[in-house]
Design a protein around this ligand. Structure first.
Ligand code: ADP
Length: 297
């Protein structure tokens, strides 16, 4: 599976320009779509899952054109929206059985097999008779991914995957997705949390104000920020100055002031050491650069 997005634009009726001339290739595997609130991620997701049409531009899923083959594309999709919720009265098993029916699994015994297999896969088999509404946040999220996967989709889209999950559930959910990504599928994770874009993502893109700020592998993302992350020891007064001039990533109190990490090409006169960038540093680096691009033009 390969999704190709070419010169995509979305302008809402009120004039909000949410996606600006976006060209992006999304190959097989896990793809992280990162960006701050308002970047255009949900707009792009809604376009990809055929809930909304773009203003112009072209999107293809393999040989299928999103403008012409909406039905075929819908049958390839599994979607877990951010605000996923379910009918309160249903038990876990009943809920998944219901969504399997909606997804077109009409044959009773085929459906039963599929539902049981999926409950096993997401670790909810033991909870199959519990009221779906009473599951923990992490379990609900796993039930959400189960309904998105029940029809063996080739494209799986998950919006804000870890919202509301505690760290343990976060890891479990991420592992579940990375097990699936070994199949011939595209998984798109849309998130504003840098930590969701871990090394489990094969490729990623950063959106900012509807524009593409970066596309490539997480390794390339880190590499671009090399040489631009500094650790500096400063006094109280220098700290205030630094904070004005540079994006400060972290601040640790030391005996005579502060040890700060900043993202910048040049620390002009301060004495500091360069450190290896992590994803958060790289995120700030790209956000700053794309912001500077706008202020300079
Ligand atoms: P993200 O998911 O990255 O937070 P969105 O796609 O929700 O970003 O929003 C991108 C931009 O489009 C924002 O400026 C937002 O205010 C605007 N927007 C989103 N939905 C609508 C809508 N239905 N009508 C008008 N503007 C919208």
């Amino acid at each position: 599976m390969h999704i190709k997005i070419e010169n995509l634009n979305k302008i809402y009726p009120n004039g909000n320009y949410a996606i600006k001339d976006l060209t992006l290739d999304i190959p097989n595997g896990m793809f992280g779509l990162l960006g701050p609130n308002g970047a255009g991620k949900s707009t792009l997701m809604r376009i990809l899952v055929t809930l909304m049409r773009p203003s112009n531009g072209k999107v293809t899923f393999n040989e299928y054109d999103l403008a012409k083959n909406r039905k075929q594309i819908r049958s390839m999709l599994g979607y877990l929206p951010q605000d996923f919720s379910f009918f309160s009265k249903l038990k876990t098993y009943e809920f998944l059985d219901y969504t399997a029916r909606l997804a077109g699994l009409k044959n009773g015994s085929v459906r039963k097999n599929a539902v049981e297999r999926m409950l096993e896969e997401v670790g909810l088999y033991e909870a199959r008779d519990r009221n779906a509404n009473k599951l923990s946040g992490g379990m609900k999220r796993r039930l959400g991914i189960a309904q998105a996967l029940i029809n063996d989709p080739q494209v799986i889209i998950v919006d804000e995957p870890t919202t509301g999950l505690d760290p343990e559930e976060r890891i479990r959910f991420r592992n579940l997705l990375s097990n699936i990504s070994t199949r011939d599928v595209v998984i798109i994770l849309s998130t504003h949390i840098v930590g969701d874009i871990s090394s489990t993502c094969d490729n990623m893109a950063l959106l900012n104000r509807g524009e593409l700020a970066f596309a490539g592998s997480p390794e390339q993302f880190l590499k671009k920020a090399e040489g631009c992350v500094w650790q500096i020891q400063v006094s109280e007064s220098e700290y205030l100055e630094i904070n004005e001039k540079y994006p400060v990533i972290s601040t640790i109190p030391i005996e005579k002031g502060w040890e700060v990490q900043v993202v910048t090409n040049d620390i002009n006169g301060y004495s500091g050491v360069q450190i290896t960038p992590n994803l958060e540093h790289a995120y700030v680096y790209f956000m700053e650069n794309s912001l500077n691009q706008w202020t300079n033009t």
